[in-house]
Ligand binder design. Structure first.
Ligand code: SAM
Length: 395
């Protein structure tokens, strides 16, 4: 990792060595197997109830997990100073009605919050495979500080994207500010040899009409591009004259003359009135592969979430498909309602989910068991205490 001459300073920032060596391990008490089908290599997916810091350290002592995790997604608390509760309506609320159940508490802020996150990120990096990567979902109030921490832990050279995620529809609100409809996802790899499956998305009708403005006699949409490209070729075939024409100065034909003849025979060259040839590109062929995904994503969160701050499932599918392969291990250490785990399950990945909220664990189990053919997963208790009533109910 490239050493930097600047860092985020705050009180209570521990040396990295100390975090790795002094974080205690915990006993992962096996509670129950759920689901039906075994995954590859006799692996059972893991749903762990407890504080993720000692759990991450415990996972580091398992040689089948340390350095084997290919993808981590986390959506930690955002230092909002709220208690997130689940009301009778089953929607996210920050009210304090007696009937509401606490989902999780987000009260850490300032240096305590940053150190809380940093300690966990340091252990997560140790768990990642060399071709692995991490996505950290965060908001724009603290995300810029988290970016600095990530640069320190993962290396600025391993920063890949700061993805802007459109999270909701524009709202009317009383604040003197622009409406906030986005949050951010920081994407880092462990090394420069990370898994990348070049995600694509379909072209919209608007894209197609803009990119392919012409329509041929058969009603097919197309556009044309020059038949020559930059760079001079003095001796090669693409620098030679074709039908008495040399490529313009400083350019060469895209294809040798015999290929240009072939293209013309197939009707793939359009001649202008002044006799300038251009290559025809047809929309129906070009769009098959889809367009490359950019770094602004619109994935609105569910309108009626089963858990406060539940994220969009399709967004998780995009991340998992882009940055892992079938059978790989995916980790979410702030699993909440298990959106990452459900997406991993759908896409045939192995997974590990951790959360210290009994309500989150309960919802995750329910969501996973609702799926057809859910593979086996084991619930572990890492708290060292008896399971709370909320969890006893579903055993
Ligand atoms: C923003 S929510 C995650 C929501 C999730 N992405 C979803 O789609 O449902 C953050 C989660 O982190 C959990 N959490 C906070 N601190 C934790 C800790 N120290 N150990 C384990 N989980 C923790 C909370 O209980 C909460 O469920």
């Amino acid at each position: 990792m490239v050493k930097k001459d600047y860092e985020l300073t705050y009180s209570g920032k521990k040396p990295k060595r100390e975090i790795i060596s002094k974080t205690p391990i915990v006993n992962l008490e096996k509670i129950k197997d759920f689901g039906k089908f075994r995954t590859l290599n006799n692996w059972n997916n893991m749903l762990i109830f407890g504080d993720n810091l000692p759990v991450l350290k415990t996972l580091l002592s398992d040689p089948s997990i340390k350095g084997k995790i290919k993808l981590i997604y986390i959506d930690p608390p955002f230092a909002t100073n709220h208690n997130f509760r689940v009301g009778k309506s089953r929607t996210a609320t920050i009210s304090a009605s007696e009937e509401d159940e606490t989902a999780y508490i987000d009260r850490l802020h300032g240096s305590k919050y940053f150190e809380f996150l940093r300690e966990r990120l340091i252990l997560m990096r140790e768990l990642l495979a060399d071709d692995g990567s991490i996505y950290v979902h965060i908001d724009c109030k603290i995300g810029h500080y988290v970016k600095i921490l990530m640069d320190e832990i993962f290396g600025e050279e391993n920063f890949i994207n700061d993805i802007t995620r459109i999270k909701c529809n524009p709202k009317n609100f009383p604040r003197k500010a622009y409406g906030n409809i986005k949050d951010m996802i920081l994407f880092y790899s462990k090394t420069n040899k990370y898994i990348w499956n070049d995600p694509r998305e379909p072209y919209t009708q608007e894209d197609i009409e803009k990119l392919f403005p012409k329509i041929d006699e058969n009603g097919r949409r197309y556009t044309t591009v020059p038949l020559h490209a930059p760079g001079e070729t003095k001796n090669g075939a693409t620098g030679k004259s074709w039908r008495g024409m040399l490529p313009p100065k400083g350019r060469h034909w895209r294809y040798p003359p015999e290929v240009l003849e072939e293209l013309d025979k197939k009707g793939l060259i359009e001649w202008s009135k002044r006799g300038v040839p251009r290559l025809k590109i047809y929309a129906d062929e070009f769009i098959k592969k889809g367009k490359r995904r950019q770094d602004i994503w619109e994935f609105k969160d569910p309108q009626y979430p089963s858990y406060p701050t539940e994220k969009n499932l399709d967004m998780h599918k995009v991340i998992i498909e882009a940055s892992s392969n079938s059978g790989d291990i995916v980790l979410d250490a702030f699993a909440g309602s298990g959106t990452t785990l459900v997406a991993a399950e759908i896409l045939g990945r192995r997974w590990i989910g951790i959360d210290n909220s009994p309500y989150a664990i309960k919802i995750s189990i329910k969501r996973l068991l609702k799926m057809k053919n859910c593979r086996l997963f084991t619930l572990y208790n890492a708290t060292g205490k008896p399971l709370p009533e909320t969890l006893q109910e579903i055993l």
